[in-house]
Write a protein that binds this ligand. Structure first.
Ligand code: SF4
Length: 244
């Protein structure tokens, strides 16, 4: 009988740095195939918001293994169009293990009983509705795949293809993709778009914190408009530890 391990793998910055160097020039397809096909990455999940640009990554993953767990955090404040899109796109791609993750009801009642925390403390709202639920779901995994791209924001401009995320590895296969590459791939594969893109939402989060974007604006300008907030907290700076 093979040696058993009670806990999952645990990685650190050195592992991520070594892997990032080797993955720097890998195509998205090759990196996804490597991560999903090599036990060295441990138990792997994909995290998706089923937002405006989610289809390409999920399609690439489904081509390799449609049974990979896909974690989708339903914050309770998403657009109804996003919930429908999550169901429709999952079925279209044949994804077999999409896990809908919800905030803890007790924590929600304690922290956001009126459902208005987004209006005066969006960081606290994101913490209870997104960060903590995803952190709980990720406990069962050693590595996770994200769909972030460098072009999306200044804060993502130097995004590596592999990062340390606490004790896990975070893989960003599309880090060096451009908007044009995404559009070409989506057209080539005839991927269904999120229905709100055509209505002026190039980046889609929760309904209270997402507004339409005007021509010439940054694609993420409609997220938390009026606040100096650009990330929900799921993607902590490299090297930082999760706040839980
Ligand atoms: S995006 Fe807005 S509504 Fe959604 S969890 Fe964050 S603050 Fe709350």
């Amino acid at each position: 009988m093979a040696t058993q391990r009670a806990e999952g793998k645990r990685y650190g910055p050195a592992d991520a740095g070594w892997l990032a160097a080797h993955a720097a020039n890998a195509s998205a397809e090759a990196l996804i195939a490597a991560v999903l096909g090599d036990a060295a990455w441990g138990r792997v999940a994909v995290v998706s918001s089923f937002g405006a640009e989610s289809a390409v990554l999920l399609d690439l993953v489904a081509e390799v293994n449609p049974a990979v767990p896909v974690l989708f955090v339903d914050t309770g404040r998403l657009f109804v169009e996003t919930l429908a899109y999550a169901r429709d796109l999952s079925a279209h791609l044949g994804l077999r293990d999409v896990r809908w993750i919800s905030p803890d009801p007790d924590a929600l009642a304690r922290v956001d009983g009126k459902g208005l925390r987004w209006s005066y403390d969006p960081d606290g709202c994101c913490e209870v509705r997104k960060v903590l639920p995803l952190a709980g779901a990720l406990q069962a995994f050693d590595s996770w795949i994200s769909g972030r791209k460098r072009f999306q924001a200044d804060t993502r401009a130097r995004l590596a293809k592999v990062e340390a995320d606490g004790v896990r590895l975070k893989v960003n296969p599309l880090a060096d993709w451009s908007a044009a590459m995404l559009a070409a791939r989506a057209a080539e594969r005839r991927l269904p778009p999120h229905p709100l893109v055509a209505e002026g939402y190039p980046s889609i989060g929760c309904q209270p914190c997402t507004t339409k974007v005007q021509p010439g604006e940054d694609p993420r300008a409609g997220r938390w408009r009026g606040w100096d907030k650009t990330e929900c907290g799921i993607h902590a700076p490299p090297g930082s530890e999760p706040a839980f």
